[in-house]
Ligand binder design. Structure first.
Ligand code: FNR
Length: 330
């Protein structure tokens, strides 16, 4: 991976604590086996899907990850350029290092990830700004009431962006870049306020417990993402794939359920879709593509996932994601 500072590589790759959850995410996909169907005469595959009014060329989104300019000088603009070329959506992290307007100028379909901020005046202004820039949904990350402890970062001494880079969407109306606050008083009441104040669909990211999936439905969330933040928050948290069935049962088909964490191949995506996820999101693979080759590198990564998913659908006897069902998974 050209040019990636080893300290930054550890920041991107690492997880919290002993990295048990980080490992568990990937291991969980590797444990599942597919029971393919044959002689279904499916013909060419069709991977397209629609999610919250967003048309996607495949059920794969770019998960929100911080600090893309550490991976490549073009930062989030490169990632969005690739998303546009691949016809999928990018979830822009609140800790993006490029202004949302520049990212949107690529023409990509964007969702914006928010850590709810205690300064509601600032938050309202931010939401107005990203809405004006054209983002199509808000992704509210709910698994981070406090900052994570990255063991590798403690070792390497990585704490923050180097001079010259900033979280550009945290600038207030005086031009000062605000720190992102993790708010340990966050509750469903905050979410209700947020929902009432935006016309955008609201997606809750970081749901693992079925009771929370039920509450998400009751509080009017438009979708949930089963996620443990790529093993970067609560070490020891359940692997996302292991949490998926109960969350799906609780959601009961009323809202789409997405999943991220350790998804690395087309067959991982097939497993998620067969169990009932409407789409998946990928985090680190996109960063490695970005570090290796900018927009082109990200696009290559996305096209590889697309080709793998297409191929495994064919081999499992499915034409489109909707043809898959849980009985195909052992
Ligand atoms: C993240 N993730 C994340 N999530 C979020 O809601 N806001 C953020 O700013 C970040 N930042 C971030 C940085 C880095 C370096 C990583 C690896 C992850 C979590 C991310 O959205 C997603 O949940 C995981 O990355 C999915 O797991 P994989 O695909 O990386 O295994």
């Amino acid at each position: 991976m050209t040019g990636l500072d080893p300290v930054h590589r550890d920041f991107f790759a690492g997880g919290a604590g002993e990295e048990r959850t980080l490992r568990a995410n990937e291991d969980a996909w590797a444990r599942r086996r597919i029971i393919p169907r044959v002689l279904r005469g499916t013909g060419p595959r069709d991977l397209r899907t629609t999610l919250l009014g967003t048309d996607l060329s495949m059920p794969v989104l770019i998960a929100p990850t911080a600090f893309h300019s550490l991976a490549h000088p073009d930062g989030e603009v490169a990632t969005a350029t690739a998303a546009a070329a691949a016809g999928t959506a990018m979830i822009v992290s609140m800790a993006a290092t490029r202004p949302i307007e520049q990212i949107a100028a690529t023409g990509a379909t964007l969702w914006f990830q928010l850590y709810p901020q205690p300064d509601l005046t600032f938050q309202d202004a931010l939401l107005e700004r990203v809405t004006k820039a054209g983002v199509k949904a808000l992704v509210v990350t709910v698994d981070s009431p406090v900052f994570s402890h990255g063991r590798r970062d403690l070792r390497t001494g990585f704490t923050d962006l180097p001079p010259g880079l900033a979280c550009e969407n945290m600038r207030d109306d005086t031009g000062v870049v605000r720190d992102i606050t993790m708010d340990d008083t966050l509750s469903w009441a905050h979410l209700d306020r947020l929902r009432a104040g935006t016309g955008l669909p609201v997606v809750l990211k970081g749901i693992l417990h079925p009771a929370d999936a039920l509450l998400a439905v009751e509080h009017g969330a438009d979708a949930v993402i089963v996620s443990n933040h790529g093993g970067r928050q609560l070490d020891g948290a359940i692997a996302t794939l292991d949490a998926l069935p109960a969350v799906l049962a609780a959601a009961g088909g009323r809202i789409p359920v997405l999943i991220d964490g350790g998804i690395r191949t087309g067959t991982d995506i097939l497993v998620a879709l067969a169990l009932g996820a409407k789409a998946v999101a990928v985090g680190r693979p996109v960063i490695w593509g970005l570090a290796g080759g900018g927009a082109h590198g990200v696009q290559e990564k996305l096209e590889t996932l697309r080709a793998q998913l297409d191929h495994s659908l064919a081999l499992a006897g499915a034409q489109r994601p909707a043809d898959l069902s849980p009985d195909l998974i052992a």
